[in-house]
Ligand binder design. Structure first.
Ligand SMILES: [Zn+2]
Length: 204
């Protein structure tokens, strides 16, 4: 499923699934970085189109690659918390989960910046966890590129992403090694096609 089923926003109305707008704007989001090469590739591509995006960072990757996180900041992109260890909320007790979110926040704040954006890894979070994260705006997506799934061909990843994206869409891509092959193919073409249609790319 590349398109978020329309029932989900009804079940979880407090989460952000899409931005309501009639303007030609798309919100690209990249999960699981920052890491060398892959995140750097994304930043280069975005710069070519003067596009802004939002990076949901794993705290432990921010710790390991502070220079790349710094580049996200200096390129004026937005960033959010994606837990420190990429925890699955459904499988994690609330105390551990909330602590892990806080740990990621500490890592981000070492760079003198803050975020109130949060995206749950795997999109899996319990109601009881969302209610403990009231200081955060929880950002989901309406378009899943499935770039992380290597058994999905890169043309399919691209074509489905192009087909489902529209004004206000929050598109989920990954700056991870697993997604690199598909993302490296689809991101440049996605930027090209939607730029030609008069869209701009903004950060959350
Ligand atoms: Zn993730």
């Amino acid at each position: 499923m590349f398109k978020t089923p329309s029932i989900l926003p009804l079940i979880y109305p407090s989460l952000t699934w899409k931005i309501k707008t009639s303007e030609k704007v798309i919100y690209l989001t990249f999960d699981d970085g920052p890491i060398p090469e892959v995140t750097e590739f994304v930043l280069e591509q975005l710069a070519l189109y003067k596009a802004k995006a939002t990076f949901f960072c794993i705290g432990d990757n921010v710790r390991k690659h502070p220079d790349i996180f710094q580049k996200i900041i200096s390129d004026d992109h937005s960033f959010g918390n994606h837990t420190f260890n990429h925890l699955n909320g459904w499988k994690t007790d609330n105390k551990t989960y909330i602590k892990n979110v806080a740990l990621c926040q500490v890592e981000i704040e070492k760079h003198g910046v803050k975020t109130n954006l949060f995206r749950p890894p795997y999109g899996r979070i319990k109601f009881s966890q969302t209610s403990k994260l009231v200081d955060y705006k929880i950002i989901m997506w309406d378009v899943l590129t499935k770039d992380y799934n290597q058994s999905v061909g890169k043309e399919i990843v691209l074509n489905k992403t192009l087909k489902h994206s529209e004004a206000g869409s929050i598109v989920l891509m990954h700056d991870s090694l697993k997604a690199y092959e598909n993302m490296r193919f689809s991101l440049p073409k996605f930027l090209e096609v939607f730029s030609d249609k008069g869209y701009r790319f903004e950060k959350l």
